[in-house]
Write a protein that binds this ligand. Structure first.
Ligand code: ATP
Length: 516
């Protein structure tokens, strides 16, 4: 774990040093849980969005995309349940003045107890060797079963408190477990209370509650309120989906872990409208399609897993997360939810406008059920970087071992596809040739031109940005119109004719490689 924390810190500083992500308004010491994407970060993020958009909208003839506004009529959030129920249980420590989520403090305490049990099991495994029967040991060792029983009892109580929104009960658990402020050790807590996560602002021309606007906490509602507009104008029939990428805002109580939990972030959401009764079939099919989307990037299957929800959200009848093994543990990357007709039904009743699909084959009208896939673009960015970040020892120019840091990004996602490097910058004939090649290649994809420093250092700089191909122009190029193409991961170099460059690189970076 210590080692992983170390890796996480390295990823964060790599992002800053190489122009992927900066703390927002850094000259004023930053703004907590808000980040800005730099030149390479915004390229990578755009590529992630393109991968998602193409796979949803381009590859499915029954999914269309929209781009709805961030501001929505305030009644939207009443109907969706966010005004009344989009809360987290907040608790303040009176001594340290720090704020925490009570449920997270309790979950951390449960994890500590479970860890104790796991440690006992590991010790026993070492002691008994091959003959160790883990299942039997879990059931019969008094200390282990006591830990496991205790963690289950607390988990059950936490689930009840969360489902019933019982803040007093959460306070009781904090007291019973003698949970202390992780930073200061103080147990001097306020009572636990509900904290609404929506940011709000005020319309200029209407005073008071009437003019209160929210920054959307999810993009999904922009899809629901447009459901009939889209269905009618695109003449889709059920089942069909609406996809959207856009900003969402949440006033998270505890926002740590870099871009994993931000106050302003981007979501990629798709709502799939189905006939009531068919939802579980589509829920299962979207589960498997979404997992395939992640695996296609080359992410190890051991880094991704499904995690069923224990506390269902107010709108769901089934829900699962796709979790990724971030450097700080397995955490939610994407949610797949069967949202029933909750949203459309409530919008219909609060707006007084019919939100039903008319099926011309059966002459029936009904409110469709919805299966949603929802992924945070920033979390996906962090998952991709965690997977790509690699340190390895390689021979340097003198043949000694040296460390290189590289981002093993899928070529389709890499910010820069190809770097054009004249071997020497003080040879005008090399520079002229390199610039000519650059001018040709940049019409097709994003390239970088670099003539500073020794060639080895330039390779390292491109490795750190995840650039999959480097083209070197040397004296042979002037003779025979070929260049060296160096591949990032294997570092192999091949000689190829200049007039084959565009096609060769285009084939390697093509989205087709992800969709085949
Ligand atoms: P969590 O339990 O981590 O708060 P959630 O269950 O509230 O997440 P959803 O409402 O299902 O998240 O949102 C869908 C997706 O949006 C999440 O899977 C995640 O990738 C992303 N997301 C949610 N909140 C944030 C945030 N504060 N910062 C970055 N991404 C987020």
């Amino acid at each position: 774990m210590a080692q992983n924390e170390d890796v996480f810190k390295k990823i964060v500083s790599h992002c800053k040093e190489y122009g992927f992500i900066y703390p927002s308004s850094e000259i004023y010491d930053g703004l907590s849980a808000v980040y800005d994407y730099g030149p390479y970060g915004s390229e990578l993020k755009n590529n992630i969005k393109t991968y998602w958009w193409k796979s949803m909208v381009q590859l499915n003839d029954n999914i269309v995309g929209i781009d709805a506004a961030i501001f929505m009529h305030p009644k939207t959030w009443k109907a969706s349940g966010h005004v009344d129920a989009f809360n987290d249980p907040l608790v303040d420590n009176k001594d340290s003045k720090k704020r925490y989520r009570a449920d997270q403090l309790i979950e951390d305490a449960i994890a500590k107890i479970e860890n104790k049990a796991e440690k006992e099991i590991e010790k026993a495994r070492a002691r008994f060797g091959e003959n160790f029967d883990e299942k039997l040991y879990r059931e019969t060792n008094p200390r282990v079963s006591e830990y496991l029983m205790k963690s289950k009892t607390i988990q059950d109580k936490l689930n009840v408190a969360m489902t019933q929104n019982n803040m007093e009960m959460l306070g009781e658990i904090l007291q019973e477990l003698e949970i202390a402020d992780p930073d200061t050790g103080s147990r001097n807590w306020t009572e636990v209370r509900q904290f609404n996560l929506m940011f709000n602002t005020q319309l200029g021309n209407i005073a008071g509650e009437e003019g209160k606007l929210y920054l959307r906490p999810e993009t999904a509602q922009g899809i629901f309120v447009n459901f009939l507009n889209v269905q009618k104008t695109t003449r889709q029939k059920i089942p069909f989906g609406i996809a959207q990428i856009g900003k969402a805002f949440r006033n998270e109580i505890v926002a740590r872990q870099f871009i994993f939990r931000m106050r302003e972030f981007e979501q990629m959401e798709m709502q799939f409208f189905v006939k009531p009764g068919d939802e579980m079939k589509y829920y299962e099919s979207w589960k498997s399609q979404r997992m395939k989307w992640h695996l296609a990037l080359g992410t190890g299957a051991n880094k991704l897993r499904f995690h069923d929800h224990e506390n269902l959200a107010h709108y769901a009848n089934a829900a699962v997360d796709i979790q990724f093994a971030f450097p700080f543990g397995f955490k939610e990357l994407e949610g797949i939810h069967s949202r029933t007709d909750f949203d459309l039904k409530n919008h219909q009743s609060l707006s007084g406008k019919k939100l039903q699909f008319f099926d011309p084959e059966t002459n029936e009208s009904y409110i469709p059920y919805v299966v949603e896939t929802s992924i945070g673009c920033d979390r996906m960015f962090l998952a991709i970087l965690s997977e790509a970040y690699t340190e390895e020892m390689v021979p340097d120019a003198e043949g000694a071992e040296a460390q290189r840091v590289l981002l093993k990004l899928h070529p389709a996602l890499a910010p820069i596809k190809c770097a054009v490097l004249p071997l020497l910058k003080n040879k005008p004939e090399l520079v002229e040739k390199a610039k000519k090649i650059m001018d040709e290649l940049k019409i097709s994809f994003l390239c970088a031109y670099d003539d500073k420093d020794a060639i080895g250092r330039r390779y390292r700089r491109q490795d750190a940005l995840g650039t999959p191909y480097c083209i070197t122009i040397d004296f042979d190029t002037l003779e025979n119109n070929t260049v060296t193409m160096r591949e990032r991961d294997s570092m192999t170099q091949t000689r190829i004719p200049i007039d084959e460059l565009t096609k060769t690189i285009e084939d390697k970076i093509s989205w087709r490689n992800l969709f085949k």
